[in-house]
Design a protein around this ligand. Structure first.
Ligand code: GLU
Length: 323
């Protein structure tokens, strides 16, 4: 019997199109850290956003991860195969009087007098738009948007790579959509339910989700769950200084693979751009493991906070060069 229960992390891709070099870096670093620390790695395909999931996308996503040299423990969890755990969570929130149905459009919410627009385009749902209480204690209609009451309060997020940060989800987002009219949970609820049922102790992912960590802590608390430790990794940006996006088809892993780019080049570029290699050179995923200690990733996060990684034409040319 071991004295320490096994720690568990997850790879949680959304199979909505070709994974790109930025996704690859996050998944490689997550996996390499986990293997360095002897954690379990579980795979979860986040396919509830039905509008975005294409035919064959699950297989393509798994093929991209395997091509990079990643592996995982046990069978993947495919979110859309079973909705019962998410329904139970929504019922539990409703029972506490925390959930209301919301049929308002984004435009209506935006035009509400005191709803400030966040810089990132997020629409805050202000308390004055809430329906009169008490709210139904059980869910009456599953194909309707539901929001969770989020009051203003500071939520501290302690991150293993980025240190301590404070958020106020009630101010930044207001009442959160936790269920959608497509009859499926929204991302924030699904991720809390799944991290708990997959026994995830350590969430490693891109730092665009740091503010979501605060929201997920709040939801977890309402559900009587403890949240995982957080490790938010710096993203890769395009030369337009916007974060690299899947729409930049040229950086898609499948497209690069089809051109004949070796996976070792992707791994080597990712390692170098995080400061885990002194210069870019082909590297196998297994060889990344020894370089991916928590300390090394902490240094990488510090360095890239000062100087964000930009993937530009030179980087693409290096991936394509054959030596
Ligand atoms: N599925 C999300 C993505 O591909 C990641 C969500 C998470 O790690 O919490 O961006």
């Amino acid at each position: 019997m071991t004295a320490h229960p096994t720690r568990v992390t997850r790879l949680a891709p959304t199979p909505s199109g070709a994974l790109h070099v930025g996704n690859a870096r996050t998944f490689l670093a997550t996996w390499a850290l986990a293997r360095h620390e002897a954690w379990r790695v579980v795979l979860r395909l986040e396919d509830l956003d039905l509008g975005r999931v294409r035919e064959g996308a699950h297989e393509a996503c798994v093929a991209d991860l395997r091509w990079l040299g990643l592996d995982w423990d046990g069978d993947p969890l495919v979110q859309s195969t079973e909705l019962a755990p998410y329904r139970a969570a929504l019922e539990r929130l409703a029972l506490q009087g925390l959930i209301f149905r919301c049929d308002r459009s984004r435009a209506e919410i935006r035009s509400a007098a005191s709803a400030p627009h966040a810089d990132d385009g997020e629409t805050r749902y202000p308390p004055e738009l809430r329906p009169h209480e008490p709210w139904p204690r059980s869910v009456e209609k599953w194909d309707a948007n539901h929001r969770l009451r989020v009051d203003r309060a500071v939520e501290a997020v302690v991150d293993e790579l980025l240190g301590q940060h404070a958020f106020d989800p009630g101010l930044e987002a207001g009442d959160l959509v936790v269920w959608t009219k497509l009859g499926v949970p929204a991302y924030q609820l699904a991720v809390v339910v799944d991290d708990a049922r997959q026994g995830v102790t350590d969430v490693v992912r891109g730092d665009d989700l740091l503010s979501s960590a605060a929201r997920q802590q709040l939801i977890a608390r309402h559900l009587g769950l403890t949240h995982a430790r957080w490790w938010h990794l710096p993203l890769v940006y395009g030369d337009d200084r916007k974060r690299l996006a899947k729409r930049n088809g040229a950086h898609g892993l499948a497209a690069l693979r089809d051109e004949g780019v070796a996976a070792e080049r992707i791994v080597g570029w990712c390692a170098w751009s995080l400061g885990l290699l002194p210069e870019p050179r082909p590297l196998g995923a297994r060889d990344l493991v020894a370089r991916s200690s928590p300390e090394a990733l902490r240094d990488a996060a510090l360095r890239t906070a000062r100087e964000p990684t930009v993937f530009d034409a030179n980087d693409l040319a290096w991936l394509r060069s054959v030596r």
